[in-house]
Design a protein around this ligand. Structure first.
Ligand code: ASP
Length: 473
């Protein structure tokens, strides 16, 4: 018995997470096989008052039906457990974020002691964000024009798919205004990270301007909070394998694997572009700038990347990103605590790339049915610029990128209801793009720490292979 316990304990976290993912796939497929047809019929009946297949086909992709099926699933025994555990895990992840972000940003800034350093680090961070996002967008642009996934399916896909609930687009001033929280407590309560980041950065900057005795007190206070939050985060991370199993089960139960076929070509191109950015562009940049092995970094951060994938939320993963870059890579918290929270909301390479491909896919598809709509160079340029802005503005939560896409649709004159087509495959693509988003944050933080001499190389890069090859927790 003792040997069994010690064996179980010796299995590293990332293997547990992999096991959790496999269990989630089996669990979700089982739920889908057993309940889906029955629940779908029930949902039609509830929403339309009929199960007539012709009528049903017309709304098969409608959000309302999907929501109803989801709700009905939550009432099945296995579905209720998956939903309950998934929600619990997400709540735990979110619970630690606000105090962690505020404490880490305030510590990050006040620890700098001088403005020169702050300015330099801020500058490097901004350069990294913008450069990598543009690389991502360029790649997306190239692939979507090369393969034309929209043109191929334009004739076959039904275009009159029904209205979707989309929020009004936001203008530049509203976007700027949304940065400033009129009420900090409310911003925290509403989980609005961007205004909170703005406040925390300002608080940090002005802490540098007060008397030494106050600065020391404030720094000590927030550093203590930060340490406690890190410990709490470790506890939440230990629950990740079960949480991830439930998240995947819940997803597969309602969508099933078939949902992917309708827009498979588009999804494949987004996935290929994300994979290229993930495995080639970012690692290459990392190697060029640090001469360190990027795949070693990827391996060390595996649990964080898998969590990003399963939660589809950079903000939800942030606690883990902060903890693991510090303890598994050796990035000094002075850098990680500043670069990572900013990155989780502002730096979204995967989202930028995705916006670009998704909008152009819909444009190609729309053009097949409406030849008067021209996809000019100017339109493509607008898409590029807006994709970058939207990726900066999108919150690090699931589907944020898709919701923000309204801005680009409006700008290039595409009908908003076509966004419904993208919903069908958004979740798996969201999972992938979030993983790319978090990977770019991690690589950025490590590059900047390396450049700044703020990395303890003995933690990962200067360690013999055997010592790092198996450790996660
Ligand atoms: N889910 C993404 C993230 O949290 C944002 C998006 O929807 O693109 O990074």
């Amino acid at each position: 018995m003792k040997r069994l316990i010690s064996f179980v304990r010796s299995i590293k976290l990332h293997w547990w997470i992999l096991l959790g993912m496999i269990a989630g796939v089996l669990w979700g497929t089982y739920l889908h096989e057993v309940y889906y047809d029955e629940l779908l019929a029930e949902a039609y009946l509830e929403v339309l008052g009929t199960v007539d297949p012709a009528e049903a086909d017309r709304v098969a992709e409608s959000q309302e039906i999907r929501d109803t099926v989801q709700k009905l699933f939550e009432a099945t025994p296995g579905g209720a457990a998956a939903d309950g555990i998934a929600e619990l895990f997400l709540a735990l992840l979110q619970m630690v974020v606000i105090p962690l972000v505020v404490a880490s940003l305030i510590c990050g800034v006040t620890r700098m002691k001088d403005f020169g350093r702050l300015r330099r680090l801020g500058g490097l961070t901004a350069v990294w964000y913008v450069t990598t996002s543009f690389f991502a967008i360029a790649l997306g642009l190239l692939l979507v024009n090369l393969f034309q996934p929209g043109a191929a399916v334009g004739d076959t896909l039904q275009l009159d798919i029904g209205e979707v609930d989309v929020p009004d687009p936001v203008g530049v001033w509203e976007m700027l205004l949304s940065l400033v929280p009129p009420n900090v407590v409310e911003a925290a309560a509403e989980f609005e990270l961007l205004p909170l980041i703005f406040f925390s950065l300002l608080f940090g900057v002005f802490t540098l301007r007060v008397d030494e005795k106050y600065r020391v007190t404030i720094y000590g206070f927030f550093e203590a909070i930060f340490e406690v939050m890190m410990k709490m985060t470790l506890f939440v991370i230990a629950l990740a394998p079960v949480g991830i199993a439930a998240l995947i089960a819940r997803l597969l139960a309602t969508t099933g694997p078939d949902v992917l076929w309708g827009v498979a070509g588009y999804a494949a191109i987004v996935a290929a572009a994300l994979a290229l950015h993930f495995f080639v562009t970012l690692p290459l940049l990392f190697w060029l700038l640090t001469r360190r092995n990027p795949y070693r970094l990827m391996h060390a951060m595996a649990a964080t990347l898998v969590t990003a994938f399963s939660t589809a939320s950079s903000a939800g993963t942030l606690a883990m990103t902060l903890e693991q870059t510090e303890h598994r890579v050796g990035v000094d918290n002075k850098v990680g605590g500043f670069v990572l929270p900013l990155g989780a909301t502002l730096n979204m390479d995967g989202t930028a790339l995705y916006e670009c491909i998704a909008v152009l896919f819909i444009a190609q598809l729309y053009m097949a049915a409406h030849p008067e709509f021209a996809l000019t160079f100017g339109t493509q340029l607008t898409v590029v610029v807006l994709a970058l802005m939207v990726s900066i503005g999108a919150a690090g939560i699931p589907h944020a990128g898709l919701v923000m896409m309204v801005i680009i649709f409006e700008a290039v004159g595409l009908p908003l209801e076509l966004i419904a087509l993208l919903w069908a495959v958004d979740r798996p693509l969201d999972m992938m793009r979030t993983m790319v988003n978090v990977w770019s944050d991690t690589v950025g933080a490590t590059v900047i720490a390396h450049h700044d001499g703020a990395i303890d190389e003995s933690v990962l890069f200067d360690r013999p292979d055997e010592a790092t090859a198996d450790g996660t927790a």
